[in-house]
Design a protein around this ligand. Structure first.
Ligand code: AP5
Length: 209
């Protein structure tokens, strides 16, 4: 049976969002990205967004209680989901386990050099949120979204300094206990995220069987 309650783990820029969109469409389940949800709150200047913004700008994790409630509401009772960006620490993994049972945790592995290369070339559509890469998946016409035809932008946290902090302060510091947590439950699968988008997608699909 194919797993349908899935979490994607991995450093910034390892392709979690890119693969989450494809996997969610393939499985017919919602793609839930904490990064997208938080950016939406920031854009709408909600109370949560105002609290989250300074952490995101510094490349640090937003406090657990702010993120956990947002996720709880979306996950409760769901028979399937692709969670992209949650859990980010062991506390969040434990909170998630009180709401649902994760069937597969895919850990995307990518080296620092390639992370920086990919994130420096990432561009996003401010309207529809589509993600491009000037090197690996460029738009058809110079820096315009293929669908909305408006100018693509760089994410404000995709600067060299903030990328380093996201790798060191969030990922490197927090990932080990999360991997151990899912390894013990026998649901962890390692994915080499170095290949192109299609080959990583095939590896992820196989890991869900
Ligand atoms: P979030 O938006 O989740 O950022 P992230 O984890 O740093 O991940 P990214 O979105 O940068 O990368 P990705 O792995 O999705 O890569 P992508 O597919 O775009 O979080 C942002 C912030 O919100 C955090 O810093 C934190 O402050 C806060 N936050 C979020 N969740 C939280 C939580 N649970 N708790 C507390 N705080 C939280 O790919 C990157 C680029 O590479 C793209 O251009 C893409 O086109 C390209 N690409 C993808 N795959 C390939 C490939 N195989 N080959 C070549 N290019 C590729």
């Amino acid at each position: 049976m194919t797993a349908r309650r899935i979490v994607l783990l991995g450093p910034p820029g390892s392709g979690k969002g890119t693969q989450a969109v494809r996997l969610a469409a393939w499985l017919g389940v919602p793609h839930i990205s904490t990064g997208d949800l938080l950016r939406n709150e920031v854009q709408n200047r909600t109370e949560l967004g105002l609290q989250a913004q300074s952490f995101m700008d510094r490349g640090e994790l937003v406090p657990d209680q702010l993120v956990a409630e947002m996720i709880r509401q979306r996950i409760k009772g769901a028979t399937g989901f692709v969670l992209d960006g949650f859990p980010r620490n062991i506390k969040q993994a434990e909170i998630l386990e009180t709401v649902t049972t994760v069937e597969r945790a895919l850990h995307f592995q990518l080296n620092r050099e390639e992370i920086i290369r990919r994130l420096s070339a990432r561009r996003v559509c401010p309207q529809c949120g589509a993600v491009y890469n000037l090197i690996s998946s460029p738009p058809q016409h110079n820096s315009l979204c293929d669908k909305c035809k408006i100018a693509l932008v760089q994410r404000s946290d995709d600067t060299p300094e903030v990328i380093q902090r996201r790798i060191d302060v969030q990922y490197a510091r927090e990932i080990r206990p999360i991997l151990e947590f899912y390894r013990k439950r026998n649901v962890l699968r390692e994915i080499d995220a170095q290949g192109d988008i299609e080959s990583v997608y095939r590896a992820a699909q196989q890991a869900l069987e």
